[in-house]
Write a protein that binds this ligand. Sequence first.
Ligand SMILES: [Zn+2]
Ligand SMILES: [Zn+2]
Ligand SMILES: [Zn+2]
Length: 337
Amino acid sequence: MSEVRRDILTDTWVIVQTETTEIPLNHRTPRKPPSVCPFCVGNESQTPSEIFAIRAENTLPNQPGWQVRVVPNKKPVLRIEGELSRVGVGIHDKVSGIGANEVIIETPEHIKSLHTLSAKQISLVLKAYRARIIDLYKDKRFRYVMVFKDYGALAGASTIEHSHSQLIALPATPQQIKSELSGARAYFEYKERCIFCDIIANELEDRSRVILENNLFVVLAPYASRFPFELLVFPKRHAFSFEMVTAEEITNLGEVLKQIMQALYDTLSDPPYNYVLHTAPNLLPQRDYWTTIRDDFHWHLEIIPRIKRTDGFEWGSGFFINPVAPETVASKLKEKL
Ligand SMILES: [Zn+2]
Ligand SMILES: [Zn+2]
Ligand SMILES: [Zn+2]
């Protein structure tokens, strides 16, 4: 079981696995991929039963014939069963460890890197993200669905090398999202405009941090990038939630991601990385509480290569030291496109 505990000083949530018997010594354990890859086509019986799949007509669940497959994580950090309860523990708060932890298997073939998939295949992965968010947001217990990808050991990836991403549906909105939401709301109250639309317009005028622009998407190195080669991918069309992404945008984003991930691979020699989808929280349990969210928030994808370790000063201060200026990042990546 897990509990979701809140740090009352900083309002951050921590998932605490209360029944761990074995202490994970990840820094000591040699990494070895499993001898049989559970994500390859033909090995469907090696994973829990599928929740969702994009598959050929007349093919059965948990059988070959799929292009993208979503299954529960075998070792979930949160459990889907149970009621959502909030409890005070002395001066502290905790929420029951309710949630969902799903794995999105991005291809039936044993391919390790996202950029080697076809743009069309990447679009199918994005389609699966959207379908899962829409479905999970029907459940009032889930306040936020975080879709993310870990690639490489230094980015926290599992030993399974077959290209996959994950999602975790959470019983509370994470602090990272809350601070973006409140920044966006404060800006909107003052200017009556979406801060993200303004950032996009400003960057497109300046050009020095723009890496890629087409009719639907913009890829930027953010002005105050925390990490070297941190990138933001924005849809040009204002939309607060990834649920609203159109078929045309999904096709286009597949091409954009393929190009950008290839450029990162070439420039940084196959870097470990994370990406996270920042979308709006589930409005179903809190319909009235955020009246301007549709106008003030703008979904985006954050890509963070993990080529520099976070040091003590950065952990302790929240000040990041970035050894590569975003303007340099933009000019280096543009050369590869
Ligand atoms: Zn495989
Ligand atoms: Zn906007
Ligand atoms: Zn963000």
